[in-house]
Design a protein around this ligand. Structure first.
Ligand SMILES: Nc1ncnc2c1ncn2[C@@H]1O[C@H](COP(=O)(O)OP(=O)(O)OP(=O)(O)O)[C@@H](O)[C@H]1O
Length: 275
């Protein structure tokens, strides 16, 4: 993603204000951040569901932000699967579990469809073998979410995007869905990006990206938190410093040795000279 912006016509809102991010094949990432920080918007841009107002998105060598609708629908049918927030938005409620899987595979090339995991094996992998012929609207929330995941991976996508896949589930269902996301990601070598507001979900991902005000504010790698210097040197302070060092505070930045930069708030204010 290169310098992505997203606005909405007729609305005075900038959902994304310059996102630069590289996701490597096979990576597993959780997007975090306060409500309205742009997480879902970013996911729909990555999934080729919406287009950026400015900026570029590459899937491998291909620029999906420039593709026409015809190519984009092919990308969505074969290479990138998006699970929207709320399992039912991803499923046909009046159809059975097996029919939903069949429907999600309609856009696949016939040769790939023949090689793909059989419907029955896929349903069994997500613990729904007994529900194969059950109508979605009669399933529990956890069963629907597992079916939505099965449909999302049924096409063997390179990239799986999931918006809040574990919200509104019991702890048991949450853990089951999470274990399946990681397990299927491993088995299929799929790159996985989820949006979540649940810290216990995020901490199962080796990389976290925290969105703030439409930008990447911080990143976590293997349990350590980092702030990220963005385009034009923009730096978000960790939120617990923001009350103490509010917008407009004058700071001085000085290097200290080779690896440290010191921010100081010299003179005039409470705590003057504090470092
Ligand atoms: N279709 C739209 N029309 C107008 N504004 C929108 C639209 N979609 C999103 N927005 C606005 O863009 C901003 C980012 O929204 P987005 O849904 O991406 O945030 P989020 O971080 O996913 O929030 P949440 O955690 O509440 O789902 C918000 O201010 C939202 O109101």
């Amino acid at each position: 993603m290169v310098h992505l912006y997203r606005t909405f016509e007729g609305h005075d809102v900038v959902a994304l204000r310059g996102v630069d991010l590289t996701i490597l094949p096979g990576e597993r990432i959780a997007f975090l951040g306060p409500s309205g920080s742009g997480k879902s918007t970013l996911l729909t841009l990555l999934g080729g569901i919406q287009k950026p107002s400015a900026g570029r998105i590459f899937l491998g060598e291909e620029e999906i932000s420039r593709m026409g609708e015809r190519y984009l629908s092919r990308v969505r049918a074969r290479r990138v699967s998006t699970m929207l927030q709320g399992a039912t938005r991803n499923l046909l409620p009046y159809a059975t579990a097996r029919q939903n899987i069949g429907f999600s595979r309609l856009g696949m090339e016939p040769s790939l469809r023949r090689e793909a995991m059989a419907d029955r094996d896929l349903l069994s992998r997500v613990g729904l073998e007994a529900q194969a012929d059950q109508i979605v609207s009669t399933m529990s929330g956890g069963q629907r979410q597992r079916l939505a995941l099965a449909c999302a991976v049924a096409t063997g996508p390179q990239l799986l995007l999931a918006d809040e896949p574990t919200s509104q589930l019991s702890h048991e269902d949450r853990d089951h869905v999470l274990e399946l996301i990681h397990g299927l990601g491993d088995e299929l070598g799929t790159t996985v990006v989820v949006v979540t507001h649940q810290p216990e979900v995020a901490e199962t991902f080796p990389r976290t990206v925290t969105m703030k005000g439409g930008r990447v504010g911080a990143e976590g790698r293997d349990g350590s938190e980092y702030v990220v210097i963005g385009a034009e040197g923009v730096l978000h302070l960790p939120s617990h410093y923001v009350a103490e060092w509010p917008q407009g505070t004058l700071v001085r930045i000085e290097p200290e040795g080779f690896e440290r930069l010191v921010l100081s708030r010299p003179g005039g204010t409470e705590g003057a000279g504090d470092r």
